[in-house]
Design a protein around this ligand. Structure first.
Ligand code: IPE
Ligand code: IPE
Ligand code: MG
Length: 251
């Protein structure tokens, strides 16, 4: 189902609990280094944080949780780390998908799959199929994802499908072709690990998202840290271009 929610086309509804949270899970390597452990130990611990965060989102009734697991630029890392991440990913999918399914969670993967090996692609497809009809939390994992890649693949498909519009494309023509067409735009973006950048994550969709950056490293991002992010979100005034006075006079 395509859902054309767009903060620039229409003012979205704002609730106390964000409907969609997008996260850059950063700081695994530094977490490990602080403990004199190899970087991969941090990635392993990071999987546990994912499990806990999913539970918290279900409890809070967040509808969409989107996690950046591997960027299109992460192939630049040492080959041993890349292959560890791929096998961690495959192992976690195999181990967790039944539990996700039992909890009515729908799993979706976004990103360019052609560079993954066939076992991983098969597992991704099987996990998506198994959970396709679930109606609870939509958990999206962005792997080999890049915001620029996403916009370009969407534009290319749109142009192939709608050549007759030639030069007259609008936002709502493009939206259905973007990887996250099934979700409203994120209300809250969280980046752990202290960096204050987007690193080619959801470039299009973050236009009006509230951004939250924390120094907490991903393996340490526990329930308390998550609640701080939610509290910060709740203290924001989401104006979408309007004035503060317009918001207060509305109710
Ligand atoms: C995030 O942690 C995980 C991935 C990018 C896969 P990092 O591995 O980037 O950890 P730091 O930033 O080096 O601490
Ligand atoms: C961003 O983290 C990507 C993921 C968390 C998957 P990086 O650690 O790769 O980002 P940069 O290189 O510091 O921008
Ligand atoms: Mg990093």
């Amino acid at each position: 189902m395509a859902l054309f929610s767009s903060a620039t086309q229409r003012i979205p509804e704002v609730d106390a609990i964000p409907k969609h949270i997008a996260v850059i899970m950063d700081g695994n390597g530094r977490w490990a280094r602080k403990r004199f452990l190899p970087r991969i130990a941090g990635h392993k611990r990071g999987v546990e944080t994912v499990r806990d965060l999913v539970k918290q989102c279900v409890q809070l009734k967040v509808e969409y949780l989107t996690l950046f697991a591997f960027s299109s630029e992460n192939w630049r890392r040492p080959p041993e780390e890349v292959s560890f991440l791929m096998s961690l990913f495959l192992g976690a999918l195999k181990r967790e998908v039944v539990k996700l399914h039992q909890n009515n969670i729908k799993l979706v993967m976004i990103g360019e799959r052609s560079r993954f090996d066939t076992a991983l692609v098969a597992e991704i497809e099987a996990s998506e199929q198994l959970t396709a009809n679930n109606t609870g939390l939509v958990l999206t994992i962005a792997a080999n994802y890049g915001g620029r890649w996403d916009m370009l693949q969407a534009m290319n498909k749109m142009q192939l499908d709608l050549p007759q519009l030639n030069g007259h494309y609008r936002e709502d023509h493009l939206s259905p072709y973007l990887s996250m067409h099934y979700a409203p735009e994120p209300d809250l973006f969280i980046r752990t690990g202290g960096e204050t950048r987007i690193s080619n994550f959801l470039l299009w969709q973050l236009a009006y998202t509230e951004l939250y950056f924390t120094d907490t490293l991903w393996p340490d991002f526990n329930e308390e840290a998550f609640n701080l992010a939610i509290q910060s979100y709740q203290s924001r005034e989401r104006r979408f271009g309007r004035t503060s006075e317009q918001l207060t006079s509305k109710t």
